[in-house]
Every structure is written in C-alpha cells, then in structure tokens.
Ligand binder design. Structure first.
Ligand SMILES: [Ca+2]
Length: 76
C-alpha cells in the first residue's frame, strides 16, 4: 500500500530525466524501486505494466500509474 504522496515521490525518483514520464529504460535503472512499483500495481514485471497501461512511446505518466495502483486497491 502507498499514499499518493509516497507514490509521487517514488515516481519522481524513477523519472531521472524529469520529463514527467517513466520509461522502460528508467524502470530498469532502479530495480529496487521497480519491484515496489510492480508490487503496488499487481504487475509481474515493468514490461507488463508498460504494455498494458503505458503510452504508445513505452512510458507511463504519474496519472496513469496512479490509476493502476488505485485499480489494484493499493492506494491509501
Ligand atoms: Ca522520464
């Protein structure tokens, strides 16, 4: 479980180039944080997360991520 604030700070840490989106590349750079994201979204891997919920360019925005976590009932 995570609060929106925790999720936002996790997202900001993952978004290394600060373009407002987390790409598959950025997910691979932080395996520890990516494991948390996978757990919170109920996805088995970052690839699955991006394939199912990401944009066409292979990245995910905070709003999209938040929706997935909410759907998985892990947003407090
Ligand atoms: Ca980024």
């Amino acid at each position: 479980m995570a609060t929106e604030q925790e999720l936002q700070s996790l997202f900001n840490t993952l978004d290394r180039d600060r373009d407002g989106k987390v790409s598959i590349h950025e997910l691979f750079l932080s395996p520890g944080l990516t494991a948390i994201i996978s757990a919170e979204t109920g996805m088995s891997s970052p690839q699955e997360l991006l394939a199912r919920y990401g944009d066409k360019d292979g990245s995910i925005t905070f709003e999209e991520l938040k929706e997935v976590v909410k759907k998985a009932n892990n947003l407090t």
